[in-house]
Design a protein around this ligand. Structure first.
Ligand code: ADP
Ligand code: ADP
Ligand code: ZN
Length: 221
């Protein structure tokens, strides 16, 4: 069994990438690298890049390739990534995938698997509409599918403050889904041809999806 692994989670918005990346992080100690979270932090910090990204994110449009490529290139070289990482939300376009190939090659790192979560588009809208997170620690919840154990209290940190994402509006979600099917869906074929693609049914409950992913990871050569 592999312990240090570098993974990509692929799938449309709302498929459960963030949820499963956190599960993998907790179980296997791999670092979750979410470009969405990094861009939201940059926006909250009010950096130049963050402000420009926020305007696009709020509309549900992709941020330019060079911006996210630079963010990931700087992050992947940091010491905590040496024992493995899970990319969540990157790459999202073919040029981003090619840039990742170059980064890994020059860092003498390898990719171990690309896990694709497939979910019926109708269910994605339902998942995104009910999504919220802890305002303090970012733990993710869902109004129907993942409620905190004690109502109104975050399981992870005990905070009682929750928030919704600014881009989980109907219009932004429609744009994000379209961006996914236009720009990100080709990555399935890209990673299939390279031999990395592993399909997981993302329609099952969270714990079952996590079990399926564990099985896939146990089989990684
Ligand atoms: P992504 O990172 O792919 O956009 P998230 O992990 O944020 O997706 O999940 C979207 C929403 O759906 C969250 O509210 C999450 O709690 C919920 N969710 C995730 N996986 C499942 C699942 N397998 N079944 C039901 N709800 C889920
Ligand atoms: P979702 O939960 O919908 O998958 P993310 O948190 O991954 O959303 O991303 C939110 C937004 O951040 C995207 O709609 C896009 O504007 C921007 N973004 C995140 N990752 C990328 C990327 N790799 N390339 C371009 N834009 C990105
Ligand atoms: Zn919390």
């Amino acid at each position: 069994m592999q312990t240090a692994m570098n993974l990509i989670l692929l799938g449309p918005p709302g498929a459960g990438k963030g949820t499963q990346a956190k599960e993998i992080e907790a179980r296997r100690g791999l670092v979750q690298l979410s470009t969405g979270d990094m861009l939201r932090s940059a926006a909250a910090a009010g950096t130049d890049v963050g402000r420009r990204a926020k305007a696009l994110m709020d509309k549900g449009q992709l941020v330019p390739d060079e911006v996210v490529i630079e963010i990931i290139a700087n992050r992947i070289d940091q010491a905590d990534c040496a024992t493995g990482f899970v990319l969540d939300g990157f790459p999202r376009t073919l040029p981003q995938a090619a840039a990742l190939d170059d980064m890994l090659r020059s860092a003498k790192k390898q990719l171990h698997a690309v896990i694709e979560l497939s979910v019926d588009p109708k269910r994605l809208v339902e998942r995104i509409a009910g999504r919220y997170c802890c305002a303090k620690c970012g733990a993710g919840y869902h109004e129907r599918f993942k409620r905190p154990e004690v109502a109104g209290v975050c399981d992870a940190c005990g905070s009682a403050a929750f928030s919704r994402r600014a881009d989980d509006t109907e219009e932004a979600v429609a744009n994000r889904l379209m961006a996914h099917y236009k720009s990100t869906a080709p990555l399935t074929g890209y990673y299939f041809c390279k031999g990395y693609l592993r399909a997981v049914d993302g329609m099952a409950p969270i714990a079952e999806v996590a079990k399926e992913i564990e099985k896939v990871l146990d089989d990684v050569p």
